[in-house]
Design a protein around this ligand. Sequence first.
Ligand code: NAG
Ligand code: NAG
Length: 292
Amino acid sequence: MAACVNSRWIGAIVIACVICPVLCSNILILPGSPLGNLYITVSRFGELLATRGHNVTVLINDLYYQRFAGLIKQQRTFMNFEEYKSGFNEFPDAYNLVTKSAHTAPSIFETLRVFDALADETEAFIQDSNTIERLNASNFDLILANVFNPGYALIVGTLRVPFVVISTTRALPVVDDLLHGLTSNPAYVPAVLTGYSDVMTFPQRLSNTFVYLVSAAMFEFVVLKPFKSIQQRYNIRPEISYRSLGGNSELVLFCSDFAFDYPRPMMPHAIYIGSLTARTPYPLSQVSYVKM
Ligand SMILES: *[C@@H]1O[C@H](CO)[C@@H](O)[C@H](O)[C@H]1NC(C)=O
Ligand SMILES: *[C@@H]1O[C@H](CO)[C@@H](O)[C@H](O)[C@H]1NC(C)=O
């Protein structure tokens, strides 16, 4: 009897070891905009998920081919692509604005124009009912969204799917705090562009607090304005505020490391994942050594 029970147990253990559970999810990636090299970092998540057997779809528009045609061609072999027309090809200035601006530090007015262009790009998607219907019918389990274009909130609000947001930078005081419900303290977390460190004198803390308040007002009333107006015009979850629309994510992933940031409090749903998107380095060839 004991031998029989033992062999049953051993059999169960062997079966448990041999059969691995396969959970293939349907995942949609919103890489944001073809600005700078954001696409390379964000689509890397798609590559990593696809190699683990998930069904990954990436939402892009016509502007992507002008920058990343080679990479997209390669990725088509293991990921699906959904495309919509941004309408920017008829306006070269707008195209330059959304694709080139990440190369140089833009002025505040240029930055605001970039956000206007990002809102236009998102609106072009919202107007494309065929693509929305197709995506809606795909019943995605999860959306991974690049937070750089705040328009992601309108897309997740339309499709109503649980989502995770990715930031390709460190956790920015004020901006990420407001959008993702994180907290930072102006007493020791310096605002962006102040040049302060975490050790501030009393006047510096006062000015840091002032910059927090001004940036929060700019973010809420200027940067998010074109996106809020799209939310109203297309009646996308009018019952909740724009910040709640974008802030209801399951997780916030920062492609950075705690070691590179100022000491700051962090919420449990925000995770530093720096280096996850790095590719395996290739060894240098003999020729490269000689050239160096
Ligand atoms: C998505 O599909 C569901 C039914 O499956 C429908 O109720 C909903 O209105 C659709 N949403 C959009 C944005 O088309
Ligand atoms: C993968 O996703 C695409 C696009 O949403 C869909 O058309 C396809 O049927 C999915 N494949 C599987 C195996 O679920």
